[in-house]
Write a protein that binds this ligand. Structure first.
Ligand code: GLC
Length: 745
C-alpha cells in the first residue's frame, strides 16, 4: 500500500513541478537514446550518419544507387531527403521498419517558402520587416509539409548577402545582421512551433554555416576570404540568433573560409557552434560537401574527407557516402574514436525521439490530414497577406497609384503577365499529385480585381530573354487604346537561386526597350519587376511612372499585386538589401566605413569612382507608401549612460497623407570614434507601426550597452566609452531625426 502511495505522491510532485517533469522527460529521452545505442552495432551507428536523396526530385548531382532500399532495410541509412507525400514517406519508413532495430528515418526537404501553398521568396518576405507575418508564413509551411510526411526543413537560410550577383540572395534576409538575426529567429519559431513532436511542427535548419553569402565575385560555391572580425560581427549573428531560438539543426556550407572548407571547419562547428554557443542539435553537410573536400584540395581522398568532416563536427553526411564507406575503416585504423561517432549518433537519435518517431514512425504519414492541410482555405489567404506585405513601392510619380477601380481600359503587357509557375520563384516544392492550377497569375489577379468593370487588354510584347522586338507593335497598339499601361518584366524565376550567379544583373533581353516604346505613347506606365535579387534597371527607374518590386510572390501573386495596384493594400515593405546603380559598385551596402577620404570631402581626391557615384539606386530600408509620414519630437531621457545603464528614446510618427498605412521606423547608431573604425551607421532596432490618415503614435526604443558593442581588434566584444550618433530613419539614408549621446565608464 505504501509503495502505491509513494508512487502516487511522486507522480503528483512531477506533474506539479514542470521542471522536475521536464527533467524526467529529458532523462527519458537520454535514457531511451542510451538504450538504443547500447544495442547498435558500429555499422548501424554509422548508418545513422548517412543521408540519401530520393531519386524523384534531386537538388544536387545524384549518384545513381539502386541499392538504397536494401541499405535502408539493413539500417545503413539515417535520413532521406527529397521524398514527399504520405505515400512515399510511408513506403521508405516501412523499409526502415524492416531493419534489425527499426530505427525510423528522418525525412528532410527544402521547404524554404512554403510547401503546397507557396509564399513569397524569403528575400521578398524580409522586406516586410514583419516578424509575426514571417513566423506565420513558416508556420503554414510546417503545417502543410509535416502533413506531407516531412519532419525537417532545410530552412531558414540565414546567410548575410551583400552581392546581388549571387543567385542565392533570394533565399535569405538581405544584408543586415540585426534584421537578419531577428528574421532568423522568427522563421525558426515558425517552423518548429511550440515544440518538436507537435504534429504540425518540424525541425528547422540554420544554413549555410557559414559566410556562404560572401563568395568572391558573387560566384556560387566560390571561396570566401574574410577577417575573423567580419565573420563574427556580420556573418555569424543570424546563426547565433537561430541557435538561441532553439533551431534543431545546422547545415554547413559548400564554401571554404580562408582556405578551410566549412564542412571540415572545427573552429566553426566545434569551437563556436557546439562549444561557445552550446548547440545540442546536429549538423548536416550540404549536398556532397564532405566528398567535395577532395576537390577543395583539403583532403587527399574520401577517407581523409570523412576524417576531416567527422572530427570537425559534421554529424550527418548528405549524399557523399564518405561516412558510409570510410568511417568504420577510420575507427579500425585508430584515426577516429567511436566516441566521436557516438556523439553524432546521439544528437540525431535525440531528435528522432523528440519528434515522436520512435513511438510512432508513421506519425506524419496521415493521408487524411495531408488532404485536409494541403487544401486548407485559410492558407492562401495568409499567403496573400504575406505577399501584400512583401511588395516594395519604389516609385509613384504624380501619385499614379493606386489606380481607380473605375479605370476604363488597362493594357497589361509583358512576358510575365500570364506566367503561372514563374510566380513560385526558386526553391518551390513540387508536391506529388498537385499541379499549378492553384497559382494566381498576374493576369488572373487583375481579372479578379477589376475584370467585371474594366476593359483589360493583353500583349506579351517580348520574351524575357532574346532580341526579338516583333511583339512591340502589338504592345504599342493596345497601349494607345488604354488609360494606363501595366508592364510586367524581370528575370526568369530560375535566373536566381542555387548555381544562378549572374555577372550582369540588368533586366534581360529587350524588356526595357519595350518600356521605351510604351512610354513614347505618352501613356502612364506602371512597371512590375519580378526577380529573386536586386537588378540594375536605371532606365526604368528614371523613366517609368511607377514601379513595384514584386519579387516572386508565390501562389497568390496575382491577387496581391492587384491589391496594391488598386489600393486595397497600401504598400509598406522596405528593402532589406541595397540596389546598386551598376554591377561595378558591388559589394555595396549601407553600413560601410567612412574611410579617410569620404566622398563628402568635396573636391579633395576621395573614395568615389571617376565615372559613377558610390551611392546606390535604392538604399537599404527604402520603400514608399501611398501616404506620407512625419517624424518629430525625438526625445532621449538622458544623454549619458554608463555600462549598465539604458537610454529611453521616443519620437512621434504621424500619418500626414490620406491613406491608412504602415511605416517601418528604423534606428541607426554610429560610434563616432572607436579603437577601430566603425560603420557610418548600423541598424540597431526598428518598429513597424500602423497609422490611420491623420493619426500619430509615439514610438519607443531602448538603447543599452549591447547595442553599442562590437568586436575590437583583439576580437573582444566591447562597448567603448565615447560619443554615439543616434539616427532615426525612414530608410538608411532618409534620416529624419538625430541626436548624440555618450557612453561613460
Ligand atoms: C543544396 C543546397 C542546400 C539544400 C541541399 C538539399 O545543394 O545548397 O541549401 O538544402 O542541397 O537540397
Amino acid at each position: 500500500m505504501n509503495a502505491k502511495i509513494n508512487t502516487a505522491l511522486l507522480l503528483i510532485l512531477l506533474f506539479l513541478n514542470p521542471i522536475l517533469f521536464a527533467q524526467s522527460q529529458q532523462k527519458t529521452v537520454d535514457q531511451r537514446v542510451d538504450s538504443v545505442m547500447r544495442l547498435m552495432t558500429p555499422e548501424e551507428k554509422i548508418g545513422q550518419l548517412n543521408q540519401y536523396s530520393d531519386d524523384w526530385t534531386a537538388t544536387g548531382p545524384v549518384t545513381v544507387d539502386n541499392d538504397k532500399t536494401r541499405q535502408v532495410r539493413n539500417g545503413q541509412v539515417g535520413s532521406m531527403l527529397n521524398c514527399k507525400g504520405t505515400d512515399r514517406t510511408r513506403w521508405w519508413q516501412e523499409a526502415a521498419m524492416k531493419s534489425r532495430l527499426k530505427i525510423p528515418l528522418l525525412f528532410g526537404q527544402d521547404v524554404v517558402h512554403g510547401y503546397k501553398t507557396t509564399f513569397p521568396i524569403p528575400l521578398a518576405e524580409s522586406c516586410s520587416w514583419d516578424l509575426d507575418a514571417m513566423t506565420l508564413s513558416a508556420r503554414i509551411a510546417a503545417t502543410e509539409a509535416s502533413a506531407g510526411g516531412i519532419h525537417w526543413t532545410f530552412a531558414p537560410m540565414v546567410d548575410i548577402a551583400r552581392d546581388p550577383r549571387w543567385g542565392r540572395m533570394m533565399e535569405g534576409a538581405g544584408e543586415d545582421p540585426y534584421l537578419g538575426s531577428m528574421i532568423a529567429a522568427a522563421r525558426v519559431k515558425g517552423f518548429q512551433g511550440n515544440k518538436l513532436g507537435d504534429i504540425n511542427s518540424m525541425m528547422a535548419c540554420a544554413k549555410h554555416f557559414a559566410a556562404y553569402g560572401a563568395v568572391i565575385g558573387g560566384r556560387d560555391y566560390n571561396s570566401v576570404d574574410m577577417s575573423e572580425r567580419l565573420l563574427l560581427e556580420v556573418y555569424l549573428p543570424p546563426f547565433k540568433a537561430a541557435a538561441e531560438a532553439g533551431v534543431a539543426t545546422f547545415m554547413n556550407s559548400f564554401n571554404d573560409i580562408n582556405g578551410v572548407p566549412a564542412t571540415g571547419n572545427s573552429y566553426l562547428q566545434r569551437d563556436i557552434l557546439k562549444g561557445q554557443w552550446g548547440f545540442k542539435g546536429f549538423v548536416v553537410s550540404d549536398w556532397g560537401s564532405v566528398g567535395e573536400m577532395v576537390s577543395h584540395g583539403s583532403a587527399k581522398n574520401d577517407y581523409e574527407a570523412a576524417f576531416s568532416a567527422i572530427t570537425a563536427g559534421c554529424d550527418m553526411d548528405m549524399e557523399s557516402r564518405c561516412y558510409k564507406n570510410y568511417l568504420a575503416q577510420l575507427v579500425a585504423d585508430g584515426k577516429v574514436s567511436m566516441a566521436l561517432i557516438d556523439d553524432a549518433v546521439r544528437r540525431i537519435l535525440e531528435k528522432k525521439f523528440e519528434l515522436g518517431l520512435f513511438d510512432d514512425p508513421f506519425k506524419y504519414c496521415d493521408a487524411e490530414r495531408e488532404q485536409k492541410e494541403l487544401n486548407n482555405p485559410e492558407h492562401p489567404k495568409i499567403a496573400r497577406e504575406m505577399a501584400d506585405r512583401s511588395i516594395v513601392l519604389l516609385k509613384n510619380q504624380n501619385n499614379l497609384l493606386p489606380l481607380s477601380k473605375n479605370t476604363k481600359t488597362i493594357a497589361f503587357i509583358g512576358p510575365l503577365v500570364k506566367a503561372v509557375k514563374q510566380n513560385k520563384g526558386f526553391w518551390d516544392v513540387e508536391v506529388p499529385g498537385v499541379d499549378s492550377s492553384y497559382i494566381v497569375s498576374q493576369w488572373a489577379g487583375l481579372v479578379n480585381k477589376v475584370g467585371a468593370t474594366t476593359k483589360l487588354l493583353y500583349a506579351k510584347g517580348c520574351e524575357i530573354e532574346g532580341s526579338d522586338k516583333s511583339g512591340f507593335d502589338e504592345a504599342v497598339r493596345i497601349a494607345k487604346q488604354s488609360d494606363v499601361v501595366i508592364l510586367s518584366i524581370g528575370e526568369r524565376r530560375d535566373m536566381s537561386g542555387e548555381a544562378r550567379s549572374r555577372s550582369n544583373i540588368d533586366i534581360p533581353g529587350v524588356q526595357e526597350d519595350l518600356l521605351k516604346v510604351l512610354l513614347a505613347t505618352g501613356k502612364p506606365v506602371v512597371v512590375l519587376i519580378n526577380a529573386g535579387r536586386p537588378l540594375v534597371f536605371n532606365y526604368t527607374a528614371d523613366n517609368a511612372t511607377a514601379i513595384l518590386y514584386t519579387w516572386w510572390l508565390g501562389s497568390e501573386a496575382g491577387n496581391a499585386i492587384a491589391d496594391v495596384l488598386f489600393g486595397d493594400f497600401n504598400p509598406s515593405a522596405k528593402l532589406s538589401v541595397t540596389f546598386p546603380q551598376s554591377v561595378g559598385q558591388i559589394p555595396i551596402y549601407y553600413s560601410h566605413l567612412n574611410t579617410g577620404r569620404p566622398v563628402t570631402n568635396g573636391d579633395v581626391p576621395n573614395t568615389s569612382y571617376i565615372d559613377l557615384s558610390i551611392y546606390p539606386k535604392f538604399e537599404f530600408g527604402f520603400g514608399l507608401s501611398f501616404t506620407t509620414f512625419k517624424y518629430s519630437d525625438l526625445k532621449l531621457n538622458k544623454n549619458k549612460i554608463s555600462n549598465t545603464g539604458e537610454i529611453e528614446v521616443s519620437l512621434t510618427v504621424s500619418n500626414t497623407g490620406k491613406y491608412a498605412g504602415e511605416e517601418i521606423v528604423q534606428l541607426y547608431l554610429r560610434d563616432l570614434a572607436g579603437s577601430i573604425s566603425r560603420p557610418v551607421k548600423d541598424l540597431k532596432d526598428f518598429a513597424k507601426i500602423a497609422l490611420n490618415a491623420g493619426e500619430s503614435k509615439i514610438v519607443r526604443f531602448t538603447i543599452d550597452k549591447e547595442k553599442l558593442s562590437f568586436y575590437n581588434q583583439k576580437l573582444q566584444w566591447v562597448a567603448e566609452p565615447g560619443e554615439f550618433e543616434l539616427m532615426i530613419g525612414a530608410s538608411s539614408s532618409d534620416i529624419r531625426l538625430n541626436s548624440v549621446f555618450e557612453l561613460v565608464n
